[in-house]
Design a protein around this ligand. Structure first.
Ligand SMILES: *[C@@H]1O[C@H](CO)[C@@H](O)[C@H](O)[C@H]1NC(C)=O
Ligand SMILES: *[C@@H]1O[C@H](CO)[C@@H](O)[C@H](O)[C@H]1NC(C)=O
Ligand SMILES: *[C@@H]1O[C@H](CO)[C@@H](O)[C@H](O)[C@H]1NC(C)=O
Ligand SMILES: *[C@@H]1O[C@H](CO)[C@@H](O)[C@H](O)[C@H]1NC(C)=O
Ligand SMILES: *[C@@H]1O[C@H](CO)[C@@H](O)[C@H](O)[C@H]1NC(C)=O
Ligand SMILES: *[C@@H]1O[C@H](CO)[C@@H](O)[C@H](O)[C@H]1NC(C)=O
Ligand SMILES: *[C@@H]1O[C@H](CO)[C@@H](O)[C@H](O)[C@H]1NC(C)=O
Length: 495
């Protein structure tokens, strides 16, 4: 992973922000009412799907999970034991070991990563060329071309680096030695029915999908048009006083970030600072995507769903020289147990010191871990440092407990349960509290406008008690309720 420093970013950001820093600080009871600028400098496909439209072979992006059913034996390819040994074709159903995650080289050529993170490759040590999943790195042997049937894109053949196609000789023997064309019939041992299980549509996928020629122009156009000056005017005129801006770690090495990332997002951020200053808005910078991905989600720019951040000191060290302004959120949603309390604490300590080297006044925001974690676990650390904030994210989503809730139950949950949770982390001597992400969306179907209004109002009421403030997720989104702009313009939310 490329070494990087956030010093350059810090310098630009700090000089731009010194002015807007002071907007709220005169009043000690000032709270931010913010909106997230999601999907802008860190891509999330579901926020703006059209961003992916022009990618050649856009079904096959990094992290897409492919499953291959041999037409000849009628069973799925499988990395035996999840990886580390041979590839077989003897499974009647497909799940983790039968899923091959793509690393895209270009629109036709790929590496396949298996459950235990090895790559599929060739073993030529005997007198056959066997297909195995043993290498932890990629090279020529781990490179495959996926050839689709031009009449039926659910049928594919896989060509290996030796020029031959993979074939299922028997359920327990998969080799790379099938020569020549196919009639794509059910008797052909080199033909597979393709299944797709899971996709990622984050920054890595969009940038690598377009590739080095197209990505720079597509991304710069997106940054230039998705969030513009008049959005800042809209924000300031509608009762908000801040923005939370997710950024990715690669912005620090702008204008020449490591591949496949594209330079230019720092300029967009710089514009955001000028607009913030002009419209008297505070800025919370949020490191949403850390090197290696802190949670394996597309919104942290995971390449293939793996979570590597925090596994080594190197990935932590790479992130500590962080930028500052009204507030700096050191990392967003590290996921337990992969991100351990120990690694997160170490990182927050180093990050806090890095920010304090540059600013004594900027708040330092620490995101609580997702997953099985105690909500006050950062208190021992945060309480010993001044100007710290704990960020909690409250969605009535992403958990089975919300599946069958009615409108009223959702609203009661805010007044009772969220209120109790927020009280629990809001203490007089502890860190300030920030509901850094929430949305007026739920699992209820067929809810009326008035239902949404009541739900939004309940959340504003409860989250308004957070001592640092709150931020709606997000300003713009093709899904209306996730777009605060739409919610305000259509009278669903009034601030
Ligand atoms: C795609 O990558 C493969 C493997 O590196 C290479 O052989 C091929 O020429 C590339 N194709 C294009 C269109 O660049
Ligand atoms: C390949 O090697 C195996 C033993 O490893 C041997 O039994 C077989 O005859 C060999 N086949 C050929 C075609 O050389
Ligand atoms: C596709 O269908 C056409 C017309 O039926 C046929 O001539 C052609 O061989 C088919 N191609 C493949 C790759 O199956
Ligand atoms: C598939 O083949 C491997 C290798 O021979 C064997 O160890 C495994 O038990 C087989 N699994 C099934 C489900 O048949
Ligand atoms: C931390 O405390 C010092 C000393 O009281 C104060 O000068 C500084 O502004 C505080 N920083 C923050 C971020 O509150
Ligand atoms: C939700 O309701 C469905 C049927 O109405 C039921 O099968 C399911 O168990 C319920 N789920 C929960 C989490 O209560
Ligand atoms: C919400 O809080 C109430 C009161 O403490 C409790 O009885 C209920 O189980 C909680 N609901 C959920 C879904 O956790």
């Amino acid at each position: 992973m490329a070494v990087f420093s956030m010093k350059q970013l810090l310098t630009i950001v700090l000089s731009a922000l010194m002015v807007s820093l002071s907007h709220g600080r005169v009043n000690p009871s000032f709270k931010i009412k913010a909106v997230n600028l999601g999907g802008w400098l860190v891509t999330e496909g579901w926020i703006k799907p059209s961003l992916f439209d022009g990618i050649p072979n856009k079904d096959f992006l990094d992290g897409t999970g492919l499953q291959f059913k041999s037409v000849k034996v009628g069973k799925y390819l499988c990395a035996e034991l999840g990886g580390g040994t041979i590839v077989v074709a003897n499974r009647t159903s497909a799940s983790g070991w039968e899923t091959f995650r793509l690393w895209r080289i270009n629109e036709t050529h790929f590496n396949f990563r298996v459950f235990n993170k090895q790559f599929v490759g060739l073993d030529t040590s005997g007198n056959r060329t066997d297909v195995v999943a043993i290498s932890s790195t990629t090279g020529r042997s781990e490179t495959f071309e996926i050839v689709k049937n031009s009449n039926d894109s659910s049928r594919v053949r896989i060509k290996a680096s030796n020029g031959f196609f993979l074939q299922v000789k028997t359920e327990e023997l998969v080799t790379a030695d099938y020569a020549g064309d196919s009639t794509w019939g059910d008797d052909d041992p080199s033909v597979f029915v393709l299944g797709i299980s899971g996709r990622l549509q984050g920054e890595f996928q969009v940038a690598n999908g377009y590739g080095p020629k197209l990505a720079p122009q597509v991304m710069r156009e997106h940054w230039r048009t998705f969030i513009v000056e008049k959005d800042f005017m809209f924000i300031s005129e509608n009762g908000l006083n801040a923005v939370r801006i997710p950024v990715g770690w690669w912005i620090a090495s702008d204008p020449a970030p490591p591949k496949p990332y594209v330079g230019g997002s720092l300029q967009a951020l710089d514009n955001a600072f000028s607009w913030a200053e002009k419209y008297k808005l505070n800025v919370v910078i949020d490191l949403h995507a850390a090197p290696g991905s802190q949670n394996g989600f597309e919104h942290s720019s995971s390449r293939d769903g793996s979570q590597e951040w925090g596994l080594t000191d190197a990935t932590i060290q790479q992130t500590v020289d962080s930028p500052s302004l009204y507030a700096v959120e050191l990392i967003n949603e590290p996921l337990a147990p992969g991100a351990t309390l120990d690694s997160v604490t170490k990182y927050y300590k180093a990050g806090y010191n890095a920010v304090r080297k540059h600013s004594s006044s900027a708040y330092v925001v620490m995101s609580n871990r997702l997953g099985p974690a105690e909500p006050r676990e950062l208190f021992p650390l945060a309480s010993g440092l001044n100007g710290t904030v704990i960020d909690v994210h409250y969605y009535n989503l992403f958990s089975d407990i919300f599946n069958n809730m009615t409108v009223q139950q959702n609203i009661d949950f805010i007044h009772t349960n969220r209120s109790a949770q927020l009280n629990y982390v809001t203490t007089s001597n502890g860190p300030l509290t920030f509901v850094g992400e929430w949305v007026a969306e739920w699992q209820v179907s067929g809810a009326t406008k008035e239902d949404y209004q009541r739900f939004g109002k309940a959340q504003l009421e409860v989250y308004g008690r957070a001592t640092f403030g709150w931020a709606y997720w997000t300003l713009k989104n093709v899904n209306n309720h996730w777009s605060l702009e739409w919610m305000i313009n259509n009278g669903y939310i009034k601030l």
